[in-house]
Design a binder for this molecule. Structure first.
Ligand SMILES: [Fe+2]
Length: 328
């Protein structure tokens, strides 16, 4: 049975209405402490831009295999991860292919040329910048939701370590316990996923049962990753989710991952510790956390990887793993 998520309206935030901003932050706090997922409306993103990126995703994945092979991801490059390449351990392969985009202008990007795919590069880079703005708006709410100053998180996202993923879930049958994306929690800070014309996202609340998400029209599903959970002393939840295409047609998904700079020290926020909630985690540098994915044998080790900069935007190094591998 499909269920709606809690809704947070950003229109008052974007209008710099203080009372509305505090109310929206309280909605975020409640949603993240109780479910780890919510939907945002009033976000100001022209929906025509979102529908265009869905179309751009379809165009990209329809390219000839040999063209996409020219953008194959490596330990130092973003780009294309072919169908069936995302496999963890003994699990069956995840039934998706994906294209990854780092910050526009990054040397890590591998984009099709305007001869290969006219207009694609400009469109996806513009969308990346649009979502970067939404992410920064969300940070204001996250600061307040965590009982910290409204501008607390911004210092760690200048610039954000953000990744746009264009996923393709073809119409193929899944074996038992095989998924478009395996059940997982996201590794980073925040993921934003626009309303999909083709359903397929399910989540499993802690202590609850799986349910399929019935998305609000023209909204973004927002969820917290493991890093925000750690930062908040496990008070904000990073909830398990999965995706499967049962539509009988192609399905595309375009999540945007919004994470702090790799040099960010993730230390439990002081507002998240009290007598009832003793500090659970020691500080760590986000870069080291990302590198752990490599040591754990994730992606680039097996040639299925995604990458992220170690310091600043332009440094290339293989660090990012599951959060871009697996997230819907
Ligand atoms: Fe995910």
């Amino acid at each position: 049975m499909a269920q709606r998520l809690p809704v947070v309206d950003l229109s008052g935030v974007l209008a710099n209405d203080g009372a509305a901003t505090r109310a929206a932050a309280e909605d975020v706090r409640r949603a993240l402490t109780e479910l780890g997922f919510f939907s945002i409306v009033g976000h100001g993103v022209p929906w025509s831009q979102v529908t265009d990126i869905y179309e751009q995703a379809a165009r990209y994945h329809r390219l000839p295999a040999e063209v996409k092979a020219g953008h194959t991801m490596s330990a130092t490059k973003m780009g294309y991860n072919p169908f069936g390449a995302a496999q963890k351990g003994d699990r069956l392969p995840a039934l998706n292919a994906a294209f990854f985009l780092a910050r526009p202008g990054s040397a890590r990007n591998q984009l099709p040329t305007d001869v290969e795919l006219p207009g694609f590069s400009d469109a996806v880079c513009a969308y990346y910048r649009t979502m970067d703005k939404v992410g920064h708006t969300m940070l204001r709410l996250y600061g307040l939701a965590a009982d910290m100053p409204e501008d607390h998180f911004a210092q760690y996202f200048d610039p954000a370590l953000a990744t746009l993923r264009l996923s393709h879930y073809p119409d193929v049958p899944a074996e038992n316990d095989q998924w478009g994306i395996d059940p997982h929690s996201d590794a980073g800070f925040m993921t934003m996923l626009p309303t999909n014309p083709v359903a397929g996202l399910s989540i499993k609340p802690e202590g609850g049962e799986w349910f399929e998400v019935d998305q609000e029209p023209e909204s973004f599903v927002v969820n917290a990753g493991d890093m925000l959970r750690r930062w908040t002393n496990d008070r904000f939840l990073s909830t398990v989710h999965r995706a499967l295409n049962t539509s009988g047609a192609d399905r595309y998904a375009i999540p945007y991952f919004f994470d702090p700079r790799p040099d960010t020290v993730i230390d439990v926020l002081p507002t998240m510790v009290d007598a009832e909630h003793p500090k659970r985690h020691e500080p760590l540098v986000y870069r080291d956390y990302l590198s752990a994915f490599m040591r754990d044998g994730y992606a680039p080790v097996r040639g299925e990887g995604t990458t992220a900069p170690v310091r600043g935007e332009e440094t290339t190094a293989p660090v990012r793993g599951e959060e871009t591998q697996l997230a819907d």
